[in-house]
Design a binder for this molecule. Sequence first.
Ligand code: FES
Length: 387
Amino acid sequence: MTGLGRAGTSGVTARPKVITVTVSPHAPAPVTGTAAGPASGSAAVRALPASGTLTVTVSGRRKLTDRVTEFRLTSADGSPLPEWTPGSHIDLRIPVDSPPASPDTPDAGQTGQTGQTGRTRRTLVRQYSLCSDPADPSSYVVAVDRSADSRGGSAALHRYATPGTVLEISEPRNHFPLTRALNYVFIAGGVGVTPMVPLAAQAARSGRPWRMICLARTSGDMPYLQELQERHGGAVAFHASVEGRIDLAAALADLPRGTAVYVCGPGTLADDVAATVEGQPAVDVFTEQFTAPVSTGVNTSFDVSLASTGETFTVPEDASVLSVLEAHGKLLASSCREGMCGTCEVSVVAGEIDHRDSVLTPEERAENESMMICVSRCRSGRLVLDL
Ligand code: FES
């Protein structure tokens, strides 16, 4: 069976998986704790790590294409950075000056006055794949397409981050690891190549057959193309979209059983790839997205209860479970707050979940066992959370 997969679940299995990472947590490691609400002394619902945030300095900046710039990040105190594995990403907190914004604005990670201008400084949290060498703990490298993030975070990073700039990042998390497969195909659209760089290197080290297809408007628009071809030779092919749409059916014909196809790119690329290989036996497609899901559901009010204390709170139409619990002094792990990273995943004891995230697979959603409390809601009037 073929399907979109959520990398990191199991190997190449018959179980279709949806990946969306945002990174999709699978038992995610909390990255950032948010302690909102009254300082009432209410007990924390979930213990947060003492520190999941790293302070780094931009130690290098390199233009890869007209739109994509590479940023090298080194720990502020010079100590080695935490280990990571290919496919990992980091949350990067990007300060931006902006007109006063509501704390409920999706991009408003933090707000606060900055001087006499009446403007506020917000912190946007964005996820970027690491594309350096995991064996080198001295720095992390991310490549950022300034126009890929319509909500402004990437453009802000291009403006703000120059050598010497101090930034806060999360520790790396990996929801897009290299699964065990007999054969690998990596399909990278534009800046979607970033996780593929270390993934392909790992595949090469595995000794398993692999190849990569890079897609961009022109070769000059494809980050790391020359470096990949110099390193891996004929394993890396390139298709320029100015010459027409790639013939995916030809490019992905007759894949060997046990092939894992990794896709990262814009628009419907992952869906197109999945549709193309549909019907090929024992082929799985894994993809990763760092865009917030678009909710089409109608918000209604519902109650949420905590299994440990029996407390019940009402979640109004215009608030999330996460924000309501925080407003009542509950300390919970969260990061993107947009249903993309999985940090806020909570087990559900009772009630029917209205999933709004881009993390869980269709199968995981159907299990009705956990939810992303930053965005997901309730279809049954009341949820009981394992908190
Ligand atoms: S905080 Fe990222 S999915 Fe909820």
